[in-house]
Ligand binder design. Structure first.
Ligand code: FMN
Length: 195
């Protein structure tokens, strides 16, 4: 039986190669509307979604991210992907949002136990609504990892993201170049039904 929502879930893939063309205002508004219609703990809706569409601003943010990684002193047990991002940041060509024309930054209030969960449900709405509109997307995590970087936070504050906010995640958005590959087979043993 055809089901558009389920098809959308199964065909969405992370896109990391974008055209320069900006998404339309209507598309952006529909995607942001999908974000704020996500569930949130106790219906708190304390999140903030900041959409950045200015190319120069995004490039300048990318430079802050690169510098943030270069200044960051890894501890003994760091997440490998975070170390990988730091390595890539050594390259001046590194672009954490893959030159996507739009970046939506999801942040939330401090000391709120559902901050990440609420923003994650909303970001999934962003990815799925983008997919349904023919727009590619990718979760990018560098701003979350650099939550405490003074240079990054000053820049984000200038964009209107309160300094005390926790950066929960970000979505790179734009029209993808080419067809993304099909989803790889799912891992076995990750679903358990008790009857
Ligand atoms: C919490 C989280 C963080 C992620 N961070 C990044 C990231 O920083 N850069 C990136 O290119 N992809 C990132 N991704 C995308 C994953 O790599 C991707 O979802 C995964 O490889 C599965 O591929 P698919 O989305 O195409 O199904 C992240 C995804 C999640 C859920």
């Amino acid at each position: 039986m055809n089901n558009e929502v389920l098809d959308c879930i199964q065909t969405r893939r992370s896109v990391r190669d974008f055209k320069e063309t900006q998404i339309s205002e209507e598309e952006l508004n529909r995607i942001l509307n999908a974000a704020v219609y996500a569930p949130s703990g106790s219906n708190n809706q304390t999140w903030l979604f900041t959409a950045v569409q200015n190319k120069k601003t995004l490039e300048a943010l990318n430079e802050r991210v690169r510098l943030g990684f270069l200044e960051w002193q890894p501890g003994e047990k760091e997440y490998p992907a975070k170390l990988g991002a730091r390595k890539r940041a050594l390259n001046e060509e590194f672009n954490f949002y893959y030159h996507a024309p739009t970046l939506i930054i999801a942040s939330n209030v401090p000391d709120y136990p559902n901050a990440m969960a609420d923003c994650s449900t909303a970001l999934q709405n962003v990815f799925l609504s983008a997919q349904s509109l023919g727009i590619g997307s990718c979760w990018v995590n560098q701003l979350t990892w650099l939550n405490a970087s003074a240079g990054v936070r000053e820049f984000l504050a200038d964009l209107g993201i309160p300094k005390e906010h926790v950066i929960c995640g970000a979505a790179a958005l734009g029209y993808g170049n080419g067809e993304p590959p099909k989803a790889p087979a799912r891992k076995e043993g990750t679903v358990h039904i008790v009857r």
